[in-house]
Design a protein around this ligand. Structure first.
Ligand code: IMP
Length: 433
């Protein structure tokens, strides 16, 4: 079986968790390939709300193997918290049984979080992601496979505690890291997760050769990609399809379906340009109806119209084979909707994103107006979804304005929208017929 990939097509928070959770029910493996606990996936299971940061969304399928891939930066202390919460609700401790940490993934240490906490420029999640990747690139990072060597190497411990403390001081952060702090941290990770550290690339390769179903779960979104996003207001990893296989240690030829997840409007957290951002009642309405607060930081998300310039960029990079449009219900109640079709930069029409953030911040949006549709209560959306799926009605079950919106976006992007999300519940999804 080929591997499938799920990716965010905007600035993250598109609702990937719900799709991955659905796909995970038929997957033997779900693997994350980049990022760390800057991600936040909310999964709603009846009246239970699960907030996952590092654990792959396939957690809810007890038959699914879970991998934290080589391209990730993993905070073991946050992983411990997530596992404790999962144990409380399910009774299960999957680590070392069906949860595997790549030996090549990097350890996000308390130092990295302390350092990132001083960020004011980018509006990071403050979770230590950038500093961990920076250490990886500087070739001073600690991979999970290195822990056994490092924790007994006094010279390394002294040298690195000194490096960390002087970097904190230079960055204006009070606090220091001693060699014994560092040793204690590494000893704890070794004791807690030693049995879960594995050659996960080999395991996934074998699984694929045995015909098993593998799902590669992206975090963040295309516009936060370190190479192709709105640099420097981006995350520190490659969020695209090209890194999905690389980040877990298998080759790109394994990829089959590539699901792009698109929120029916646009949101962004953190700083950086966002051309379609709305500062009016409509933006506030989207934020309120969509509960647009960051899963990881709780910060309110900035909201704006759906932006096709952004989505075309994401399509070129990722070659989505199908799209999932999420949170369409949130737009119900707005008289008129707008879709960003291009930008105006100093009087010049642009159909592609300007490369520099300064220009991206300056553009004015060019939109196409389309009719809105009424606000619908959640139980009615659920009933509509049930009727649409059980009776083969597909998108014809949607109210007129909503159906036209979906069809328009699909036609403008030239990629099939295979499902539409109309609420947070797993059942609140309408599938194309
Ligand atoms: P970092 O990934 O914590 O370094 O933050 C860099 C930028 O990416 C900031 O603008 C964050 O708000 C944003 N970011 C990181 N992770 C996510 C996510 O999962 N969803 C949305 N934005 C994110």
């Amino acid at each position: 079986m080929p591997a499938s990939v799920v990716l965010g097509a905007q600035w993250g928070d598109e609702g990937k968790g719900k799709l991955v959770d659905q796909l995970a029910q038929e997957s033997n493996w779900v693997a994350r390939f980049q990022g760390g606990n800057n991600a936040g996936h909310t999964i709603v299971l009846g009246d239970q709300v699960l907030k996952l940061h590092q654990l792959p969304s396939g957690l809810t399928n007890p038959d699914c193997q879970l991998v934290l891939g080589a391209g990730m930066v993993i905070d073991p202390w946050v992983l411990e918290e997530e596992l404790n919460k999962w144990k409380e609700s399910s009774g299960e401790s999957p680590e070392g049984k069906r949860l595997w940490i790549s030996e090549r993934a990097h350890v996000n240490l308390p130092f990295h979080r302390l350092y990132d906490g001083a960020d004011v420029k980018i509006g990071t999640t403050g979770r230590g992601i950038g500093p961990t990747y920076r250490d990886k690139i500087e070739r001073v990072g600690v991979r999970f496979c290195d822990i056994e060597h490092r924790r007994t190497d006094d010279e390394w411990l002294q040298e690195n505690a000194g490096r960390m403390t002087s970097q904190l001081t230079a960055h204006g952060v009070s606090g220091s890291i001693s060699a014994s702090d560092l040793k204690e941290s590494l000893d704890w990770v070794a004791a807690r997760f030693g049995n879960a550290i594995k050659p996960t690339g080999l395991m996934l390769d074998l699984a694929l050769r045995q015909g098993e179903n593998v799902l590669l779960e992206g975090a963040q979104g295309c516009l936060l990609d370190i190479d192709h996003g709105t640099y420097p207001f981006v995350t520190s990893s490659v969020t695209s399809r090209a890194n999905a296989t690389h980040g877990v240690g298998i080759h790109p030829g394994h990829i089959g379906e590539v699901y792009g997840v698109v929120k029916a409007y646009t949101t962004r957290v953190g700083h950086g340009p966002f051309p379609g951002e709305l500062f009016d009642d409509v933006g506030a309405y989207m934020g309120k109806m969509g509960h647009e607060f960051g899963t990881t930081t709780g910060r309110p998300r900035r909201c704006g119209w759906l932006d096709l310039v952004v989505l075309r960029h994401a399509q070129r990079l990722n070659g989505f084979t199908q799209l999932t449009l999420t949170k369409l219900d949130v737009l119900g109640g707005l008289d008129e909707l707008e879709i960003v079709v291009g930008y105006d930069l100093d009087g010049q029409f642009l159909s592609e994103m300007p490369v520099c953030s300064e220009d991206m911040a300056k553009v004015k949006i060019v939109t196409e107006k389309v009719p809105g549709f009424p606000h619908i209560e959640m139980d009615e959306w659920l009933e509509m979804a049930r009727d649409a799926n059980e009776n083969g009605k597909g998108y014809s079950a949607l109210p007129d304005g909503a159906r036209e919106y979906v069809e328009k976006v699909e036609a403008m992007l030239g990629v099939p929208i295979s499902s539409v999300g109309v609420g947070p519940d797993r059942e609140a999804t309408i599938y194309k017929v």
